[in-house]
Design a protein around this ligand. Sequence first.
Ligand SMILES: Cc1ncc(COP(=O)(O)O)c(C=O)c1O
Length: 387
Amino acid sequence: MFSTRTPSDLAPNRLTLAEQAARAAGARLIDLTETNPTRVGLDYPGRIAAALAAPEALAYHPRPFGLPAARERVAAELAAAGAPVDPSRVILTASTSEAYAYLFKLLCDPGDDVLVPVPSYPLFEHLTRLELVAVRQYPLDFHGAWSIDAHAVEAAVTPRTRAILVVSPNNPTGSVVTRGDLASLAGLCASRGIALVGDEVFCDYLVDPRPDRARVLDQQDALTFSLGGLSKSAGLPQMKLGWIAAGGPAPLVEAALARLEIVCDTFLSVSTPVQCAAGALIEAGREVRAQILERVTTNLRGLQALAAAHPACSVLRVEGGWSAVVRVPATRTEESLVLDLLERDHVLAHPGYFFDFPHEAFVVVSLLPPPAEFREGAARLLARASA
Ligand SMILES: Cc1ncc(COP(=O)(O)O)c(C=O)c1O
């Protein structure tokens, strides 16, 4: 009866079952997988909620790409972050996930494929499958820092490849794409008629970036799309305001925008109140962003300091983003380690295989939890992994 867009196996994984059992038994867990900024004790300015009460929001003026004032505000924000773009090339969406869905509708027919990095964001599996798009993976190589193997990317391209996705800073590796890597991807895209999609939702959270980092909108030769949103940039996932900024050769951008307009006009999904509040949310969101950046930096430094006393474990270099990867001894499987950590130490963390690391053993932690809780959870993790 049902399509194959959703998975046939809906059974929860072993970690989820173990978490449910621990919570049902009354365990107080330290959650090192928490990535919801509204649940980690940040101080949200009261003017955020007040901004949603603007009287202009009582009138409905449907615009496929969003209200001009909100698009201009987002364009100004992008320019301030070093990615200047004309407001006419900014498209508002309800989220980055929706932005992906729109771009797949724009670029792909059923069975076409897109290239995604691994390790990376696990939601790609669902985002592509829901649009009947196939996924082909290209590896990120780690040698002290993560880099893209241009030959592996080229080898992964098929006649049906419609887009190459880059995530920078990447979740969970925390790596940023370099100018050289991005230029070679853009060259490949331009020569093969493929779009370059940059997920830059974490671009405001640079902790220790390489100096030669780059943004997809810097690339002039390929059709490019940069994705961002308030979910990460202002720690406001509940507002449901994201964006796509298009770049590249003008004829290609114009052709893409004309088609995207049909997609956006069909759904008109971004609420008027959030569009009217966009300027105020971006402005107030800076305070939240500053708190998140401080939180992420504090927790990362704390994790690195704790790990120094556990020579069997190491924290991979984090350039940006909200997560860290801990390499742990591969003397046991990641699954057995995270289950033990949950059941015996009451700490929840993600195994590397959730993110398709090429081999074991890695554990991924969110850098968002309150510092005291994070330190305690990290200490238990390192002790259990070293045991
Ligand atoms: C790399 C990456 N892209 C996109 C998103 C989702 O953003 P949004 O809430 O705007 O859909 C996430 C959320 O964790 C993410 O890690």
